[in-house]
Design a protein around this ligand. Sequence first.
Ligand code: OGA
Ligand code: MN
Length: 279
Amino acid sequence: MPINAIKLTPLVGSELKLEGEALLSGDYRDEIRQLLVQRGVLIVRDLELSDQQQRQFTATLGDLRLGTVSKEGDEGLMKVTLDQKNNPEYADFFPGTMFWHMDGTYDATPPFATVLRPIVIAPEGGQTEFANTYAAYEALSAEQKARVDTLQVVHSMQAAMFHACPEADLEQIQRWCSYPTRTHPLVWEHKSGRKSLALSTSCSHIPGMAPVDSFEFLQDLLRHATQPQFVYRHEWRPNDLLIWDNTGTMHRGRPYAADSGRLMHRFTLNGEEPIRAVA
Ligand code: OGA
Ligand code: MN
C-alpha cells in the first residue's frame, strides 16, 4: 500500500502517516526516499523512538554518517544544542545554523539527508524552516537560469559563522579558517536530471566577480530562494521525526534562548553525489 502523505504547503513539506514499526522495517525505504527528494522535508508525528531506533530508521534510508561520537559514546549521534556542557565539541558552531544553509558544503559531496528528533523543545522560537531550492531554481527566468548555470561559488566556514558571531575572537576565527574552503557550482544538476540552487550562508563569493557585485548577487539570489512560497516552517512537537533532503533544500533554525535547553538528536546520511555543474 502506498504511504499516506499529506502536503504541508504546495511546494515543500509532507506529513507521512506511518507507524513506528513500518518505519523501522525498511519496507518503505524507496518510497520515502522518493518522497523526500520530491517534497524536501518529511514529518512523521506521534512516534516514541529511542536514539537507537532513530539511528536504525536513518540507516534504512542510506549510508549512515559515522565519525561523530556524542559525550556518552553514541556513534553517529549529533546533539544539536547551544549548551556547551551537552556538546562541548560542536555547541559553538550551532549559532551558525540560524542562517539559511545546506550542511557540509565544505565537503566535495555534501550529506544526502538528515533525521532530526526533538528531545527538549524551546518554549519560544526554535522552529526549523526549510526552503525548496529545486522550486527556487525553477522559478527563475530563462535569462537568470542561463546566468546562474555558468557560475561557481566559494564556500567557507568563516562566511557561515561570521553572521552568527560577528564579534568572534582570533581563536574562533582561526578555528573556522582551519576548515578548507570549497568551490562548487551554483546550480546543481543532480543525477536525476533535476536542478537546484546550491546556495547557503557558507557562500563566500563568486570567483571572478567584483566583491560588491558578488555580495549583491548572492544576497538577491538568497532572497529569491527564501520567499514564502518556497518555505515550510516546522513547529516542533514532542515525538516528531523530521527528515530533510540536504541536497535540494536549505534550512535554518529560528532563534531560541541559549539557556532554553533546546536539544535535538540528529543522524545524518552520507552524500551520494557531488554537486555537479549543469552539463
Ligand atoms: C542542523 C541544523 C537546525 C535546527 O542540525 O544541521 O541546522 O533547527 N539544525 O536545529
Ligand atoms: Mn544545518
